[in-house]
Design a protein around this ligand. Structure first.
Ligand code: AMP
Length: 371
């Protein structure tokens, strides 16, 4: 059971980025008060919260202060300092185990394979160049070598397609614990957001099909075009994972599919970028779902009104979108209010509803997208 926390209680969010901002907006609509912890003053979530504590994420005194001023704590990213949060475990319905599992690719993949009993790409832990050399042959090439933590958007990943890649890596081997994964022959990348309510009932959102460019999510289209069998299989996978984790709060599950296989790629212990479309396209957004789950409220079955397309606005793309917004009444335009524009930085997104609008948004992106 989750304690029932009713408005106007205060929800404390660790992390002040766009996910925290959209969580905070959902919570504010429902009448909650929101506090945010982030090192950057006027961070996106701080701009819409009742208060922001400006401090590092692992600053124990700052986490203690947020806990003292909040009735429930949550987080918007996975690299939260678990030890600092553990002290306030009674305020964290999501628990800290979820963070421990998902903050490390090895514990995450092992959990998915052995506990949730869901298929993942074949993988091995690598601690040295020698272990890497020994693993080649046991994991069939092509493969990908990844750092177990801290990597994002393609950072800390090396393609191992052939013997030349192996030799180059052996000559200058990365430090730290790594994971070698078989590269699976997927046809589509998908994601599903899932949560559970106070009675442990599993609730999921429509499956999205995701396109990445340079390892960064570019578009999500939902619902993904899939057979009824694949849809059922993925919903079953989401249910197994959610129940194995005793899930509270929203979990994002990224998957690969081919004609005859589904693999889970990774888990995000929070709402996910590929679920932004739910703000406009479903009865309850992933952010409201997250808030409802951690406050012990009930959740309805999720329904979608029409196909949706979400386009991320990276770097300078936000400037063009700010200008063009006036000519696109069909856009649901989101600008996160970040102070500095940087290449590849997620600055905002656009969601449209309906196939015609999706096609127009695709065309806009082809003409004005970051190159
Ligand atoms: P990740 O950071 O693990 O999400 O990986 C980033 C991207 O690399 C994914 O979205 C895929 O396009 C690709 N990728 C990662 N792992 C695999 C894999 N085991 N097989 C095939 N493609 C992968």
């Amino acid at each position: 059971m989750t304690n029932l926390i009713l408005p106007p209680a205060t929800i404390g969010i660790i992390g002040g980025g766009q996910l925290g901002q959209m969580m905070a907006l959902a919570a504010k609509t429902m009448g909650y008060k929101v506090g945010v912890l982030d090192p950057t003053a006027a961070a996106p979530a701080g701009q819409v919260a009742d208060f922001q504590i400006v401090a590092a994420y692992d600053d124990q005194a700052a986490i203690d202060e947020l806990a003292a001023r909040s009735d429930v704590l949550t987080y918007e990213f996975e690299n939260v300092d678990v030890n600092a949060l553990a002290k306030h475990a009674d305020l964290v319905p999501q628990g800290t185990k979820l963070l421990e599992i998902t903050s490390n690719r090895l514990t995450e993949k092992t959990f998915i394979r052995d506990v949730a009993k869901v298929p993942v790409a074949q993988f091995m832990a690598i601690h040295s160049a020698k272990e890497f050399a020994d693993a080649i042959g046991r994991i069939t090439l092509p493969a990908i070598l990844k750092t177990v933590s801290g990597g994002y958007d393609g950072h800390g990943q090396w393609s191992v397609d052939n013997e030349a890649d192996v030799a180059a890596l052996l000559a200058d081997f990365p430090t730290g614990t790594l994971i070698l994964e078989q590269r699976v022959p997927f046809k589509k990348e998908l994601s599903i957001m899932v949560t559970r309510d106070a009675n442990d009932r599993v609730v999921f959102w429509p499956i999205a099909e995701n396109v990445h460019v340079n390892h960064i999510l570019k578009t999500s289209a939902a619902p993904a075009v899939l057979s009824a069998a694949d849809t059922a299989k993925i919903q079953q996978i989401a249910t197994s994972i959610a129940n194995s984790l005793s899930l509270r709060g929203v979990l994002g599950i990224e998957l690969f599919v081919s004609d005859d296989h589904v693999w889970v790629n990774e888990l995000a212990p929070r709402p996910h970028n590929s679920g932004h479309y739910t703000i406009e396209a479903t009865n309850i957004s992933q952010f409201e779902g997250h808030i409802r789950s951690i406050t012990g409220l009930s959740l309805p079955v999720i329904t979608a009104q029409a196909p949706a397309l979400m386009l991320n606005l990276l770097g300078d793309e936000i400037q063009q979108a700010r200008e063009d917004f006036v000519n696109h009444p069909e856009w649901h335009f989101h600008d996160y209010g970040k102070a500095a524009i940087k290449r590849d930085r997620k600055m905002g997104h656009i969601t449209v509803i309906g196939d015609d609008n999706s096609q127009k948004l695709d065309e806009w992106s082809q003409t004005h997208g970051q190159r």
